[in-house]
Design a protein around this ligand. Structure first.
Ligand code: GDP
Ligand code: GDP
Length: 452
């Protein structure tokens, strides 16, 4: 996903997780690991007004302690910071500045990214300025008094943070398309892998930081680079041990997570099975681009209706996957295998696409003109103020409305369809985030604030 990243750092118990929970779009609970064990980084998606970003909670960092797991936490924090676009140092306003805060501040000042200082646990409006002002001595600029529990002050903090984040247009484009080949055992994944790599230049390399049995293969074709994910897993011959099925689906899930484009391979002879549907569900959940690859087309008895019948069968069983292109191939004979690259490129481009706010609003206005939003029984009509793309890979379009509850599923589907018809998104899922009036009001006040 190409989104800017904000790292949350601070010593233990200052309220980092509480802040992350408040910022996170999904109110998913953050797993608190047991004390004494490395806390892994947690990534969550968050937004403020019309800016989306990822927040990373780095776990508690204390530099002057020497318990054995600290080097690991420190390494995690370093890694988190190296991939972040901004960091928020959280301190405890009620406790005042501590030597650990000072040490952290000194370390952060050496990092090359904007740092914001959040003074947490400032519930009382009368005291918050006084509590916060004690932290000027950390030399990190203005201390923002906040209460992660109640939400006070977080708006001002976030206004400042998002102003420093790169817009999605400024984030780097991917240089290599990550492709995962998934499907049930025996659908022809390894045969397809051989067909794809056979004529094309390929290099095999283990991914750094993982066990040797996960191997990616890089191929280059007409100047474009592809990384085929976990080719060792594709090649692994099915074993009959207990649980092999479980491990192979888990392996596929992991590959999907790392992919830009997923090739969902289906056996033309067997048709769509329950396992295929599970994989398709996961692809959508992870927001990956995909192509439905119907393999063993050579083995199907054909008459002139067959492709049509097949396509209908597959579309019926995977109806929520209607955005994906379908290709009928034979990995064994090579039929249409070359065409696959064109489809991968197209899907990858759609997945990465950035649509200007002007174009999005043209589509919206046109859609509303044909079919206005529903009116409730009380006579209140849904209003869409404007839309803007807040994230790519997959594209996420935020729609600012008076009240998301006024828009029923059928109207939401209508809007979705209009976007698909007007702007070609073949190959990628697209998400819509319906955001209510409060956000818009907040934005107006934010605009006012920046104009003053
Ligand atoms: P972390 O270790 O930095 O992630 O801290 P947690 O988020 O787990 O919070 C540590 C403790 O501080 C918990 O008991 C929270 O309830 C409390 N806490 C967090 N935010 C606030 C706040 O804004 N005000 C007050 N009074 N307590 C808070
Ligand atoms: P995997 O388990 O998904 O990796 O499947 P394999 O690539 O090992 O293929 C399973 C079986 O299907 C093998 O016997 C292949 O020869 C056969 N197979 C693979 N692709 C095709 C194809 O396009 N047409 C036909 N007729 N057989 C195929």
């Amino acid at each position: 996903m190409s989104l800017p990243i904000v790292a949350i750092v601070g010593r233990p118990n200052v309220g980092k997780s509480t802040l992350v929970n408040r910022l996170a779009a999904s109110r998913q609970a953050i797993v608190h690991d047991q004390p004494g064990i490395t806390r892994d980084r947690t990534y969550q998606q968050a937004f403020w007004l019309d800016r989306d970003f990822i927040v990373i909670d780095t776990g508690g960092i204390v530099f002057d302690d020497d318990t054995e797991f600290l080097p690991m936490i420190r390494e995690q924090a370093n890694l988190a910071l190296s991939e972040a676009n901004a960091a928020i140092l959280v301190v405890d306003g009620q406790a005042g500045p501590t030597p650990a805060d000072e040490e952290l501040a000194r370390w952060l000042r050496q990092q090359h990214l904007p740092i914001f200082l959040a003074v947490n646990k400032c519930e009382s409006p009368d005291q918050s300025i006084i509590l916060a002002s004690q932290f000027w001595e950390l030399n990190l600029g203005e201390p923002y008094p906040i209460s992660s529990i109640h939400g006070n002050g977080t708006g001002d903090l976030l206004d400042a943070v998002v102003a420093e984040l790169p817009s999605i247009d400024e984030l780097p484009e991917i240089e290599e398309t990550n492709v995962a080949i998934v499907g049930r055992p025996n659908v022809g994944k390894s045969t397809l892998l051989n067909a794809l790599t056979g004529k094309n230049r390929s290099i095999v390399s283990p991914i750094s930081g993982t066990t040797r049995d996960t191997i990616d293969m890089h191929i280059e074709r007409n100047g474009t680079n592809y990384r085929l994910i976990d080719t060792a897993g594709i090649r692994r011959k099915k074993n009959v041990e207990y649980g092999a099925e479980f491990f192979s689906i888990n392996r596929a899930f992991k590959a999907i997570k790392r992919a830009d484009v997923v090739l969902l391979v289906i056996d033309a002879v067997d048709g769509v099975t329950e396992q295929d549907q599970k994989l398709a569900d996961r692809i959508i959940e992870e927001g990956r681009a995909a192509i439905i690859v119907v393999n063993k087309w050579d083995a199907v008895e054909k008459d002139s209706y067959t492709i049509y019948d097949f396509e209908k069968h597959i579309r019926d069983r995977l109806y929520f996957f209607d955005w994906a292109e379908m290709l009928f191939i034979s990995a064994q004979t090579g039929l249409r295998v070359d065409k696959l690259f064109g489809s991968i490129d197209k899907a990858a481009i759609a997945h990465q696409r950035r649509i200007s706010t002007a174009v999005i609003n043209e589509v919206l206005q046109e859609a509303i003109r044909w079919h206005s939003p529903p009116t409730s029984r009380q006579g209140k009509q849904g209003k869409i103020y404007y839309g803007t793309q807040v994230s790519s890979a997959p594209p996420v379009i935020a729609l600012f409305v008076n009240d998301p509850k006024r828009f029923n599923e059928s109207y939401k589907r209508y809007i979705d369809r209009q976007f698909r018809e007007q702007l070609d998104f073949t190959g990628t899922p697209v998400r819509f985030a319906w955001r209510g009036k409060k956000v818009r009001e907040a934005e107006r006040s934010a605009n006012r604030a920046t104009k003053v």
